[in-house]
Design a protein. Structure first.
Length: 157
């Protein structure tokens, strides 16, 4: 059974250079969650250990690919309802901080292997909402104020 999922990237697409083989855990166990009422989380520990508790497939995808809910389109009916516990290990990572970003990349082939997850990247037009001043005078409402220290466009001073 293949699970098809479309990952929508709302930003501009970048040309991808030839991608080297994805890093992978040396050993990993995925089991149905022992306690589906527990808080869902994932974290890394020193020594290259990745722990995920009570995680849905949607949350695993968000963790692995760094996407938001609205960027995940389609998927199996149980994408949110079934929960999983993950215990994985990768050798050669003594420091947890150095391993954190690498572990996210390692979750990707794990999802492909254990859930037969197939990803499809595409561009889609999505609705965008803008907060605009409604008054022609340019005044803000009584509870809003202009912040002189913030530059929403990120322009250097």
């Amino acid at each position: 059974m293949k699970t098809r999922l479309i990952l929508v990237l709302a930003l501009t697409a970048t040309l991808r250079a030839q991608i080297p083989e994805a890093p992978a855990f040396d050993v990993a166990a995925i089991r149905p969650a022992a306690d589906t009422t527990a808080f869902s989380y994932s974290h890394v520990e020193p020594g290259g250990r990745y722990i995920g508790q009570n995680m849905s497939l949607r949350l695993l995808i968000k963790t692995a690919y760094g996407v938001h809910d609205n960027q995940i389109v389609e998927g199996p009916s149980w994408i949110d309802s079934q929960r999983w516990d993950i215990n994985a290990k990768a050798e050669g990572y003594k420091d947890a901080m150095a391993f954190r970003d690498m572990s996210r990349l390692m979750v990707r082939p794990l999802l492909a292997d254990r859930f037969q997850l197939v990803m499809h990247h595409e561009l889609r037009e999505l609705p965008v909402y803008a907060l605009v001043v409604a008054k022609s005078s340019g005044e803000l409402g009584p509870k809003l104020r202009h912040d002189q220290t913030c530059d929403p466009l990120g322009k250097p001073d």
